[in-house]
Design a protein around this ligand. Structure first.
Ligand SMILES: Cc1cc2nc3c(=O)[nH]c(=O)nc-3n(C[C@H](O)[C@H](O)[C@H](O)COP(=O)(O)OP(=O)(O)OC[C@H]3O[C@@H](n4cnc5c(N)ncnc54)[C@H](O)[C@@H]3O)c2cc1C
Length: 503
């Protein structure tokens, strides 16, 4: 196994359980990949994913290993899915409860929009149920396979999920209110894509979130730590701070992995959990350069600039997840994907990691405290950025100017961030490119632009015998549960291809 991102960890857990002798090489010092943790002012905090969905994926994984997820990870259901703001007084919360969201939308934008939301949510659920087993849980993303698994009788369902229309246009059929259109089109960014170029099928992400968001006690990185521990209980070995530098092919099939420092370790099969573009870029040597198609820079997904900080806040009641929308969404994505620059006026996501639902006893800080008496809290602020971290340095001056714009913009929404403790940790697309090589800082593999994009993602079996692919850049795509699913698919393919060599 190369890489202890969520897909690598899940594949290691499944394969070790099935009796395979598993070694995981991870270049970082800890598991999790993008699900990483940073220290700011002596406090550990998440620097990667923060929205945890589809808990059933992990429950099934642990159950198959004879364990119970809740024995290892405490998940607390979120009532408020996210708070959305367009200025200092136009705010809208979405809730886990559909009726509560419908009522909130009705109050915010009127009953026609509330009805639009009910129709949108129903359609998002239909898209999800059409594609879940037929596409997302198939190891090969092909149209033929999709039709085969769906069955000819459900071809109309496939047509109805509107793969040929973009998400932005589609939201216009449900919402007249430009703010709601922006809110529901934003789900394309969960797959690192522009709503103006993504197929309407990405509305399934809205359903995934509506189906439940959980707070992970101790932070998302804890999930990675627990997955690694579970894989070890099944017998997998981990070698951290160990970079794989070459995958060797002999007699037409993979037979060994070389790590930095020289060790050549023999294997019958290798799961590659790095971005699949690392193969095409030659980072694993010539033998496997054809293992997966290259991702041209123009096809990359979004990168980000993130700030991890500990500070006091006042003036705006943050939820755990808060989104501060830009005034011109089209210009924002035009900046990123056409002009290749950090948007002049970006939408800003803030994860206030110490906050829970307001009606919980442990809800965390509130903005009603006087500014100086507000408790210090952990914040992850994120803006989308172009995936050009391999060709542009994102120098300090540019990122400092971007930070000033972002926090000035938050102040216009009413959110004052002050009294920072310790040094803020900034991560740019160039930093993401260093952490996740051959990506340019793209965080979600290839962008899901156009209806064909999802079918072009590499499947679990690479083009080289014995080499398997798992992770957000492979099928079924990015996001923690999807990457986990790809890990399970890769493990299932190895189980099918190599059952005879399991212990
Ligand atoms: C800032 C941010 C916010 C996000 N928000 C969310 C969210 O809220 N919800 C959500 O579901 N998803 C979110 N995502 C996406 C999600 O984190 C990813 O899709 C998922 O974690 C990817 O997992 P992966 O299996 O592809 O592995 P990765 O996380 O990409 O890890 C790959 C691993 O391989 C290792 N590796 C690479 N090359 C080598 C080598 N040569 N030798 C050894 N090891 C190597 C890397 O060090 C890394 O640990 C977010 C991502 C980021 C960065």
């Amino acid at each position: 196994m190369i890489g202890a991102g969520v897909a690598g960890l899940v594949a290691a857990m499944d394969l070790a359980r099935q009796g395979f002798d598993v070694t995981v090489f991870e270049r970082a010092a800890t598991p999790g990949g993008k699900m990483r943790e940073l220290q700011v002012a002596g406090r550990a905090m998440d620097a990667g994913p923060t929205v945890f969905t589809l808990r059933g994926v992990f429950e099934a994984l642990f159950a198959d290993a004879g364990e119970t997820l809740s024995d290892h990870i405490k998940l607390i259901p979120a009532n408020v899915l996210a708070r959305h703001a367009w200025n200092s007084h136009e705010h809208l919360d979405l809730f886990a409860d559909l009726k509560q969201s419908t009522d909130a939308i009705g109050t915010f934008a009127g009953s026609r929009e509330a009805q639009g939301f009910v129709r949108f949510a129903a359609q998002a659920r239909r898209v999800y149920s059409t594609l879940d087993a037929s596409f997302m849980r198939a190891s090969r993303p092909s149209t033929l396979e999709l039709v085969r698994r769906l069955g000819v009788g459900r071809l109309a369902d496939l047509w109805n999920i509107r793969p040929f229309v973009n998400l932005w246009r589609t939201t216009g059929q449900y919402f007249r209110d430009a703010r709601l259109r922006q809110l529901f089109a934003r789900y394309a960014t969960y797959c690192g894509s522009s709503p103006f170029h993504s197929p309407a099928t990405l509305m399934l992400v809205a359903h995934v979130e509506q189906a439940g968001v959980w707070y992970v006690e101790g932070g998302m990185h804890r999930l990675a730590v627990q997955l690694a521990a579970a894989a070890m209980r099944q017998g997998a070995r981990f070698r951290y701070a160990t970079e794989a530098t070459r995958i060797q092919v002999k007699n037409g099939r993979v037979n060994a992995v070389q790590v930095a420092g020289g060790d050549l370790v023999e294997f019958d099969a290798v799961v590659c959990n790095s971005d699949t573009n690392a193969l095409a870029a030659g980072l694993f040597g010539h033998d496997v350069v054809g293992g997966a198609d290259a991702t041209p820079p123009a096809s990359r997904s979004l990168s980000a600039v993130t700030w991890n900080l500990v500070a006091r806040t006042s003036g705006f009641e943050l939820a755990h997840h808060s989104v501060f929308f830009s005034a011109d969404y089209e210009a924002e994505f035009d900046d990123i994907f056409r002009r290749h620059r950090v948007p002049a006026a970006p939408t800003i996501y803030v994860c206030a990691q110490d906050r829970r639902d307001p009606d919980r006893a442990d809800h965390g800080p509130t903005a009603s405290s006087p500014a100086d008496a507000a408790p210090m809290e952990r914040l992850l602020c994120l803006v989308n950025a172009p995936p050009t971290g391999d060709s542009h340095l994102f120098p300090r001056t540019e990122i400092d100017a971007c930070e000033t714009r972002v926090f000035e913009s938050l102040a216009k929404f009413g959110l004052m961030v002050h009294g920072r403790a310790g040094a803020t940790v900034t991560t740019t697309p160039a930093d993401f490119n260093r952490l996740f090589p051959a990506t340019g800082g793209a965080l979600y593999g290839p962008a899901s632009h156009g209806w064909r994009a999802s079918f072009k993602r590499p499947g679990s079996r690479s083009k080289i015998r014995g080499l398997y692919l798992a992770g957000g850049s492979a099928h079924p795509g990015p996001g923690v549960p999807m990457a986990a699913t790809s890990g399970r698919l890769a493990a299932a393919c190895i189980q099918a291809d190599y059952a005879s060599i399991a212990r």
